[in-house]
Write a protein that binds this ligand. Structure first.
Ligand code: NAD
Length: 493
């Protein structure tokens, strides 16, 4: 399968006709070839988007939304087919792949509804016979840059609000996962979106992604990925005074108090730590447990981890799929060695699976460390694999302090039966998402999604908050007095 760019409604190879293979991480097989773009390809896509956006912005928003409803129905119709393809290119197990496509479906219908809202404010003027309101206006051409771990959902979180708000999009997906981008572009095409409103250019970060960031006709960059790349993008956008929304890494913790339902806590930890093989930005990678229940929780986790069947995610019995690449395996294993050197105690896992059915894919054994100190690197840095560190504490205050001691601030959770502790945690945990009696994953699309501190730069995907990234506010004053009225001056004292 050849994966081409989608520019101005046409499918085309990059100008220099270069292609690289797309690899199934479960078995190392080549499942396609994707074109690799250069600056000129990006420029062509931006030109098309710029021209199309002018017309698209004039289409009434409820009409724009009708396209999104069609997109939602097409995603729904193809859910199973898309989920299988997603598992093949990214590796997550089928059940999770279905869940990811469902996020796209939910986002389509939710953002289509915004076509009849896109609310601004009306507010009284301080002057007589004068009316005031604020309205959302599109920003123009939106550049979207996404990672491989949610190859379709993240693109829907960004492109659907952008499009319903009257923008045009140029999307650069991760080079590892171009197949879902192709499917989404096909769906937009079938749904009747005008040419040029949604464009896809495949390629690497430093060339293709950078061309989008540096392009003077791209007014906003919406990025999800690593902190390292996010910083580079933010600096470049800063120099150009370009709006930029960053959703980056996490070092998410589950807190387990001494009054918690330990069986539920173990289940929640298992799901949020080893789902997607730990490659979620919200994955639980730290467990902060009250000393009184530490041993029991460890035993429960070790028991539960025995049920984690590892293998190709297309097999419905498999619970943990491969990681994305050999490079990811090496990075995870490197962190495990660091953990051992730092003095953490390895309870289980800690190795690459290389034998038999695992030979050709990229599999890492689910790994549990205990006696981890909050200052250790494995407790502070994002590993992005199936590795969990257990840290023990003696109070809720200490648990919150440990949670808050990292540079990231994406997701956190607490298991407790005490309502007072719940409210204290809700108030004091410094993450953009907080779960009570659930793991660190499970965001729903109608709430804001994103993180505080080093995870982001104050913007959010999802929910109505996403519209703030893709619109500007315009304040409108309408004077119907027939005379000059000066604000702050012609007022009755
Ligand atoms: P990455 O930062 O390596 O790449 C992300 C995207 O940026 C890719 O499309 C890549 O090609 C592009 N890119 C790389 N260098 C670039 C450059 N110089 N200029 C422009 N674009 C460039 O991340 P990844 O490995 O694909 O994904 C994993 C990371 O994503 C993890 O850190 C994870 O936590 C994060 N993530 C965050 C969220 C969130 O919402 N907070 C969600 C999913 C993943």
């Amino acid at each position: 399968m050849k994966v081409l760019n989608f520019v101005n409604g046409e499918w085309k190879a990059s100008i220099n006709k270069q292609f690289v293979p797309v690899i199934n991480p479960a078995n190392g097989e080549t499942i396609g070839e994707v074109t690799v773009s250069i600056e000129a390809d990006v420029d062509e896509a931006v030109k098309a988007a710029k021209a199309a956006q002018k017309q698209w912005a004039l289409v009434p928003a409820p009409k724009r939304a009708e396209v999104l409803y069609k997109v939602g129905y097409l995603l729904k119709e193809r859910k199973e087919q898309l989920a299988r393809l997603l598992t093949m290119e990214m590796g997550k197990v089928l059940e999770e792949a279905r869940g990811e496509v469902q996020e796209g479906i939910d986002m389509a219908f939710y953002m289509a509804g915004e076509g009849r809202r896109l609310f601004g404010d009306t507010t009284p003027s301080e002057l007589k016979d004068k009316f005031a309101m604020s309205v959302r206006v599109p920003v123009g051409v939106v550049g979207i840059i996404t990672p491989w771990n949610f190859p379709i959902a993240i693109a829907t979180w960004k492109s659907f609000p952008a499009i319903v708000a009257g923008n045009a999009v140029v999307w650069k997906p991760a080079l590892e996962t171009p197949l879902m981008a192709r499917e989404l572009a096909k769906i937009f095409e079938e749904a009747g979106l005008p040419k040029g409103v949604f464009n896809v250019v495949h390629g690497d970060g430093p060339t293709t992604g950078n061309a989008l960031v540096e392009h003077p006709d791209v007014q906003v960059i919406s990025f999800t990925g690593s902190n390292e790349v996010g910083r580079i993008i933010a600096e470049k956008c800063g120099r150009r005074l370009k709006k930029v929304s960053l959703e980056m890494g996490g070092k998410n913790a589950v807190i387990v108090m001494d009054d918690a339902d330990l069986s539920l806590a173990a289940e929640g930890i298992l799901w949020s730590a080893f789902g997607t093989s730990g490659q979620r930005c919200t994955a639980c990678s730290r467990v902060i447990v009250h000393e009184a229940v530490k041993e029991e929780l460890e035993n429960r986790l070790l028991e539960a981890m025995k049920t984690l069947t590892i293998g190709n995610g297309l097999d419905e019995n498999v619970k943990v799929g491969p990681v994305i690449s050999e490079g990811a395996l090496q990075k995870i294993d490197h962190y495990v060695q660091i953990g051992k050197e730092e003095g953490a105690k390895l309870l289980t896992g800690g190795y690459i699976l290389r034998d038999g059915e695992y030979q050709k894919g990229y599999y890492y054994a689910p790994t549990l460390f205990t006696d981890v100190q909050p200052t250790m690197r494995i407790a502070r840095e994002e590993i992005f694999g199936p590795v969990v560190s257990i840290i023990s504490v003696n109070s809720l205050e200490e648990a919150i302090a440990v949670n808050n001691s990292v540079d990231y601030g994406l997701s956190s959770s607490i298991f407790t039966r005490d309502v007072n502790k719940v409210f204290q945690a809700m108030r004091d945990l410094d993450t953009g998402i907080v779960y009570i009696n659930a793991g660190t994953t499970g965001a729903e699309i109608h709430l804001p999604f994103g993180g505080m501190k080093g995870t982001g730069n104050g913007h959010r995907d999802s929910g109505v908050a996403a519209l703030d990234v893709f619109t500007e506010w315009r304040s409108v004053y309408i004077d119907f007095s027939g005379k000059l009225q000066r604000a702050q001056i012609d007022i009755d004292e």
